[in-house]
Design a binder for this molecule. Structure first.
Ligand code: FAD
Length: 435
């Protein structure tokens, strides 16, 4: 068996580990066009903030490839796949044969079509090269465009470096896909207390400057700046898949089956590049987060060896707590209308509890949790996450779930009643360790 893996990040490395857990001998060739191997993208904002040096960004030791008997082609971009000939061709013209191939090509940062966006001093923050560019940009005033997780983290990183930072978001709230308006208002206040100016409902329309960016023009003002970070989103990097005639889903990610296989025989996909079944939405979705890429890489890797493994589906989870110094996270859907377009005959219920320093919201669909938000107190989110993933009917446990002192023993009867939703090892682990 000859394995080829394209990509060198979460999904790719997780797939290598899964393959090697079964097949210790077959050759694996891994191609990554990024020159720095084995760094965690999640930690890039800490690098920009000058809080972690480059070696501390690694999520596996540098001898990982050697230890796992992987031929790593670092800094090498694959330019073409032939699904018929079962070959990949690098941009330097070399051809490699595979029996099983994994596409773990992740996402590409979106560069918005705003006049002047190609000026010097403007960068996305996706790759290590981006992070180094942002790290080395000089100046006192920064503007970050887009207030999703990466935008909020970027502006805090730059603030921690002593810069004056303005965050611009065209929608009416920060982190619009992660939090509802009430939670977002709390987060905005925390971010503003750090000394960051947050402008919501405002759109960047032009970048001014003679070669180098000097200001950002918005719908209602002009903000002088020395640098701009673009954080308007990431889209699946499907160029190779499209070139190989692989089916792409309606959301723009690679379509896969339950064993992570694409429409082309023996070509698998995992991570940010693909659409997977979303447990909360009950439909396909792109949950572009690190833990899902790890899970999917693992499932793909096992299937590539022939060990049939169904991927149970993904759930979005976002936490901003470490960055804002205030616990805040969400799981699954945060606005019921996000999934009501898929299923019309559903009963949605939003249950909220609010105190001076905390905000909690649980969204139910026909009695099962499909989403939750925790601000100010997140310790018990693991319980909610398990109930969501297993789609347990929690109708008669709602007051318990919102209680401040929720603990594992409180939901034990509920878990016992739903033991059939868990595999035996899952249930045993749950009972042995609690949550
Ligand atoms: C700044 C930042 C902060 C983040 N913070 C969080 C967080 O706090 N929590 C969280 O859960 N998630 C976070 N994420 C998201 C998380 O990093 C991604 O979900 C995860 O990296 C996805 O892993 P992946 O393996 O699918 O793809 P990627 O990490 O995108 O890696 C894909 C790799 O494939 C390479 N590649 C693509 N095409 C080719 C080709 N043709 N040839 C060779 N190589 C190729 C790419 O260059 C890239 O190196 C963050 C992302 C960023 C950018």
């Amino acid at each position: 068996m000859r394995y080829i893996i394209i990509g060198g990040s979460a999904a790719a490395i997780s797939a290598v580990e899964a393959i090697r857990s079964i097949d210790t001998r077959s050759p694996i060739d891994l191609f990554s066009d990024e020159k720095t191997p084995l760094f965690s993208r999640v930690l890039l904002p800490y690098y920009v903030a000058e809080e972690l040096t480059k070696p501390l960004l690694n999520f596996r030791s540098l001898d990982f490839f050697e230890e796992n008997n992987v031929t790593a082609h670092i800094g090498v971009r694959v330019g073409e796949i032939s699904a018929d000939a079962k070959t990949v061709r690098t941009e330097t013209g070399e051809t490699f044969q595979y029996d099983r191939l994994l596409l773990a090509t992740g996402g590409k940062a979106i560069v918005p079509n705003i006049p002047g966006v190609d000026k010097e001093g403007i960068s996305t923050l996706k790759t290590m090269a981006d992070a180094e560019r942002v790290y080395h940009l000089k100046g006192r005033n920064a503007v970050v465009i887009g207030a999703g997780s990466i935008g909020v983290e970027s502006c805090i990183s730059l603030k921690r470096r002593g810069m004056k930072v303005t965050l611009i978001e065209q929608l009416g709230q920060v982190m619009p896909t992660v939090f509802d308006g009430e939670a977002a208002a709390i987060i905005k206040e925390v971010v503003e207390e750090m000394g960051i100016e947050v402008l919501t409902g405002e759109r960047a329309t032009r970048f001014n400057g003679n070669g180098r960016v000097q200001s950002v023009v918005t719908s209602s003002r002009e903000i002088e700046c020395d640098m701009v970070v673009l954080a308007v989103g990431v889209r699946p990097d499907t160029a190779l898949a499209r070139g190989a005639g692989i089916e792409i889903g309606s959301l723009g990610g690679i379509q896969i089956d339950k064993q992570m296989m694409t429409s082309a025989a023996d070509i698998y996909a995992a991570g940010d590049v693909c659409e997977t079944f979303d447990v909360a939405r009950n439909t396909h979705f792109i949950n572009a987060i690190w833990p899902m890429a790890i899970e999917q890489g693992q499932a793909a890797g096992l299937n590539m060896t022939g060990r049939r493994t169904e991927y149970g589906g993904s759930v979005r989870m976002n936490s901003i707590g470490n960055f804002i110094g205030f616990p805040a996270m969400s799981i699954g859907v945060t606005h019921p209308q996000e999934c009501s377009y898929v299923e019309t005959d559903c009963h949605f219920q939003e249950i909220k509890s609010r105190s001076k320093n905390t905000y909690k919201k649980i969204i139910l669909k026909n009695g099962c949790i499909v989403g939750a938000i925790f601000v100010g107190q997140t310790q018990k989110s693991g319980i909610i996450s398990v109930l969501l993933r297993k789609q347990v009917d929690v109708t008669d446990f709602i007051p318990v779930l919102l209680s401040r002192n929720l603990n594992f023993m409180d939901i034990l009867p509920l878990l016992r009643r739903n033991a059939d939703k868990f595999t035996e090892p899952e249930f045993k682990e749950l009972m042995d360790t609690g949550l």
